[in-house]
Design a protein around this ligand. Structure first.
Ligand code: CA
Ligand code: CA
Length: 446
C-alpha cells in the first residue's frame, strides 16, 4: 500500500503567506475604506447580463461601508472579513466587499501554519492503509457502501478538514481578487441559502479532499468520490462568477494513484450549482485541467429543482476538462459564446443533457483534437433535447445534435429547448471567440 499522500503545497506561496501572516494581525482584516483598492470591486452585474441579472439583479457587496471593505491575505483574515465565525458566516447578510491579495492557502490554521491531511486525521483512527484494508472488494465485497469503524473515522477526518477549508459566504458579498495573482488554494467557497454574491478575478485552485470515499456501488466498477467543489452554490440565488480561473493546478488527476483499480479522485466540481439555486451568471471564466467542471442540478429525484436552476454561461473557456461543461438537470441554461478547447487527455463529453433540462447552446466555438468526433460534445443523461445552433467545430459550422443523433440512434436528442434566452448583453461573432475569450477570460485580466 502506498503511504497516505499529504497535500502538495508549492513552497513559494506558503513562504509568502507565512511572511504576510507575520506582518499583519492574523484575525483582523484590514478596513480600507473607499479610497485604496481599485473601484472595479464595487461593480454590480450589468443589466441584461444573463440569468444573474433577472428580477432583483446581482450587486454583491457593492453597498459595503468602509468598515466592511477589507483586504485579506490569510484564511483567518478572510473568515474575519466574511463575518468572523465560519460556522455562522453563511447567514451574515451585512454588505461586505472583500479584496483577496496574493495566495491564501486554506489548509492553514489561525496562525497561518500549514495543515496536512495527517493533521485532520489525527485522533480519528483513520489511515488510508487501514481504510483500504477494510474496504478492499476482496474483503468487503461490492454490494454495499462502506460502513463501520474506518468509515466513521474517515467521516470524522473529512469533517475536520471541511471546518478548515470550506469557507461560508453569506448574502450581499463581493469577493474579488486584487491585481493579477489573487488565489484561493485548497478550498471550497460555499454559498448556501444566500442571495446576491459576486466572485471575480480569483484563481480557485485544487480543492482537494484528503479523504475520498470509496463507493463500490457507483457504477459496476466502483468509484472514489470527493467532497469539495471550488465554488458550491447550494440554494443560492443571484450569483455572478466572473473572470475567475478554476484549476487543479499542480495536483492533477492523472497523477493520482489507482486503488481497487479505480482512480483515487480527490476533486469534485469546479463551480457546482444545485439544490434549487437560481439566477446565476458565470462569465469570462477559465475552467481548466479538471474532470467534472460544472454540475447544474445534482439529483433526478429533486422536487425543488424544477422551475429553478436558471444559469447563463457566456465567454467562458473550458480547457482540457473531462465532463460537465455543464451537465444540467431541470434548469433553463443558456450556454453561449463559450470556447471548448478539448484536450488530448481523458474526455467524456462537454454538455450533458439531463432530466428536465432546457439547454440553449449557441454561438460556441468547439476545438476538438484529432480522433475526437463532434458526436462526443453532447451527452444524453436522460434529457429530451436542447437548442444548439450557430456553433463552430474546428472553425466550421457544426451540427452538434445531428452528430450526436447519428452516433447514438437509440437515444436521440430533440432540437428545441422550448424557450428563447433574452438576457444576452454582448454576443461576439463565434469565429472571433478563440481570440477574444483566449485574451480576456480568467483571473488577472480585469
Ligand atoms: Ca462527486
Ligand atoms: Ca459538487
Amino acid at each position: 500500500m502506498r503511504p497516505h499522500r499529504r497535500l502538495r503545497a508549492a513552497a513559494l506561496p506558503v513562504l509568502c503567506s507565512l511572511a504576510l501572516a507575520g506582518a499583519v494581525a492574523p484575525a483582523a482584516a484590514t478596513p480600507v475604506g473607499d479610497h485604496r483598492p481599485t473601484p472595479f470591486g464595487r461593480a454590480a452585474l450589468p443589466t441584461s447580463d444573463g440569468w444573474g441579472s433577472a428580477t432583483t439583479g446581482t450587486t454583491g457587496g457593492s453597498a459595503a461601508d468602509a468598515a466592511h471593505t477589507t483586504v485579506v491575505r490569510t484564511r483567518a483574515e478572510l473568515v474575519a472579513a466574511l463575518g468572523g465565525d465560519n460556522a455562522a458566516n453563511g447567514s451574515n447578510a451585512t454588505p461586505k466587499l472583500v479584496y483577496v491579495a496574493g495566495t491564501i492557502d486554506l489548509n492553514t490554521d489561525d496562525s497561518g501554519h500549514a495543515l496536512g491531511c495527517d493533521d485532520y486525521a489525527a485522533g480519528t483512527g483513520y489511515t488510508l492503509d487501514a481504510y483500504l484494508a477494510a474496504y478492499d472488494p476482496a474483503v468487503w465485497g461490492r454490494t454495499a457502501e462502506p460502513t463501520g469503524e474506518l468509515e466513521t473515522a474517515r467521516v470524522a477526518a473529512q469533517k475536520a478538514q471541511a471546518r478548515q477549508i470550506q469557507i461560508a459566504v453569506g448574502s450581499n458579498t463581493t469577493l474579488v481578487g486584487l491585481g493579477r495573482n489573487a488565489r484561493l488554494l485548497g478550498g471550497n467557497l460555499l454559498v448556501k441559502k444566500a442571495d446576491n454574491v459576486i466572485v471575480r478575478n480569483l484563481t480557485l485552485e485544487d480543492a482537494a479532499d484528503c479523504f475520498p470515499q470509496w463507493d463500490p456501488t457507483d457504477t459496476a466498477v466502483g468509484n472514489w468520490n470527493s467532497e469539495y467543489d471550488s465554488i458550491t452554490l447550494y440554494t443560492a440565488t443571484h450569483v455572478w462568477v466572473d473572470h475567475s480561473t478554476f484549476t487543479d493546478g499542480a495536483n492533477q488527476d492523472a497523477d493520482q494513484p489507482l486503488y481497487f483499480d479505480r482512480p483515487y479522485q480527490v476533486h469534485d466540481g469546479q463551480l457546482d450549482i444545485t439544490n434549487a439555486s437560481d439566477y446565476v451568471t458565470a462569465s469570462w471564466n477559465v475552467f481548466k485541467d479538471h474532470d467534472k467542471t460544472n454540475l447544474v442540478g445534482s439529483s433526478n429525484s429533486s422536487t425543488t429543482d424544477p422551475g429553478h436552476l436558471r444559469v447563463t454561461f457566456h465567454h467562458n473557456l473550458w480547457q482540457n476538462t473531462g465532463q460537465r461543461a455543464p451537465r444540467v438537470r431541470f434548469g433553463q441554461v443558456d450556454v453561449y459564446n463559450n470556447v471548448y478547447a478539448v484536450g488530448t487527455g481523458a474526455y467524456e463529453y462537454s454538455i450533458g443533457v439531463g432530466k428536465g433540462s432546457q439547454i440553449v447552446a449557441e454561438h460556441n466555438y468547439v476545438r476538438l483534437p484529432s480522433g475526437v468526433p463532434a458526436s462526443k460534445v453532447l451527452y444524453n443523461w436522460g434529457g429530451t433535447g436542447l437548442t444548439a445552433a450557430d456553433n463552430l467545430v474546428n472553425g466550421r459550422p457544426g451540427d452538434l445534435i445531428g452528430a450526436f443523433n447519428t452516433a447514438n440512434p437509440a437515444t436521440p436528442l430533440g432540437t428545441s429547448a422550448g424557450w428563447t434566452p433574452t438576457l444576452r448583453r454582448e454576443v461576439t461573432p463565434t469565429v472571433a471567440l478563440p481570440w477574444v475569450v483566449g485574451a480576456r477570460a480568467g483571473a488577472g485580466r480585469l
